[in-house]
Design a protein around this ligand. Sequence first.
Ligand SMILES: [Zn+2]
Length: 701
Amino acid sequence: MKLSYNALIISGLIISVSPGCTTMPEAGTTNPFFTEFKTPYNVPPFEKIMARHYMPAFEKGMAEGRKSLEKILAGNEEPTFLNTIEPLDTMGSLLTRVSSVFFSQSQANTNDSLQKIEVEISPVLSEYSDEIGLNPKLFRRIKSVYDNQSKFNLNDEQKYLLENLYKSFIRNGANLNPQDQDSLRALNRELSVLTVKFSQDVLSETNNYRLYVTKDDLKGLPESVVAAAAQAAKESGQEGKWAFSTQRPSMFPFLQYSENRELRKKLYDAYCNRGNNGNEFDNNKILASIVRLRAERARLLGYKTHAHFVLEPRMARVPENVFNLLNSLWGKAIPVAESEVKEMQNIINSEKGKFNLGPSDWWYYAEKLRKQKYDLNDSELRPYFKLENVRDGAFKCANNLFGITFTPVKDIPLPHPEAQAFEVKEADGSHLGVLYMDFHPRESKQQGAWCGTYQSHHVLNGVEISPVVTMVGNFTRPSNGQPSLLSLEEVSTLFHEFGHALDDLFHRNRYNQTYIAWDFVELPSQLMEHWATQPEVLKSYARHYMTNDPIPDMLVYKIKNSSYFNQGFETVEYLAAALLDMNYHTLEAPVNVDVQTFEKDLFRKSGLIPEIVSRYRSTYFLHMAGGYDAGYYSYIWAAVLDNDAFEAFREKGLFDKSTATSYRKNILEKNGTMDPMQMYVNFRGREPVIEPLLRNRGLMQ
Ligand SMILES: [Zn+2]
């Protein structure tokens, strides 16, 4: 996951939380945000920053921004890049500084005061960014610079920035006449109400359903699952029974282990019909309206369809490119899924089950197949993945690839007492940036793992500002005298976030505003994951925490093999959902669909096999209702990129210096300042291809 703040302030993307705003008393001159930090490497002086400093700093930051905006707009001379775009880029420096610290801290070190500020500040920031993003005078100036750009002798970075800035205003409706702007606002309002209702309905449908079972129906279930189900039943007033819900963490263990075929089907059917029960939480009409309104909005803004609107600033650019990818993967994955069906049917037949594998049987027989073919035991692996060894393994990879080093720094402010700080240096010893790592869960921290920046690379008045990056995770804590021993998944997560960190550390952008394409942002992180499980890399860092012995070959082999398990199913199930999303969002206005018919027709035409249901069906496809609309494809888009990019290293050598340098120069240094496909082609010598992904998932037949 990747957090980014500075771009949000200008692009108007901050989501408002709730209305209302209060003003905090002025904190005087001691507010650490009001002066230069004067710390090593200009990191935030965390120990001096109190909750009471944030509000005044936000307010002063916005006031400064407004003053700068007035100055830009007051100029009578012809708008130029120098008198309009550059001051616009630097005008939010205090606001960017306080936002970076505040939002990082409210994710990783929150408390009641910060939570209160977050609720207060979100709508205020959102209003502020609308003030800029919808300012007609500012738009006229930007448009003038954009239309006359050939006069200004702009370099590539400036052209890319201008193009994206201009388009973001257009996409916000800045170019519409007042009447159309009113229609746009009405459409946006209606859409936001409907998408909230859609997700609340899914939540209600999920919460309202429970499958209660008795003791006889627990056969096959692991103890921990039984205990959790007993607790769940007790909580809903049915003590003495066992309850399962359609929430994935409750449902999947049941589908995987329960020996009762009827009940597996009952639970899975309930899951698949959420939002489709003809009751007050039915989402069929709501989704149809969402799709209709999005198509209308796209037309109003001058786009053919909603997908054309969404994809314009992304690497995919147009729906045809997404369809090409999804369809070619589909053709490869279906036969593999069919052969998985055969393998599982063989198990059913050998157990004298007189039935054909159904959709709700998949997890149960896949688990049997996994045990037969790919068994990998978590507790066997963990002793080889001591946190410090894994971290140093990631450092070593970066050192082998790019020559950079990581030196622990003492006497530097830390975002939290548990965090670690490293100075990152180039091979010649010069300073590159600071990397914080904050590994373990605590109450004040959000779940998951992410990477963000306290300071992003840019150039200010000719001086290069170096990045301050933070990697945050929720990795297993040390306990009972045992060090922190990671699961294989946690190892991948650590390498993943480290890949984001390298991206932030290597950026060479001049301006604060960068535009990293949404479907490109996971390339650096997912690429890094590949090194974590390469046999020769594992052999060097995965050492037993007690004996220091390297990981045995048998385990290395099992790790590699496990990446092929159930891939036909996973890919088909995912692609079905991605196709559903793209098909809805490439309908041209006026749109009038019957959701159930649309879905059924689509899957019949595409040849989805009867043993697999789309990972999400229309009436509970939350990604599609908001946030990942015409965007669910991006997971596999990024997977194509990282597999193909890693292939470049496999061809030339895992740590080939010239490939690493090319990757750094062409992608990491340029990310956000150049067209992503062009960056990729400059690195790879051609556009990405799907074969490496197919090979790594065992889908080549
Ligand atoms: Zn990520």
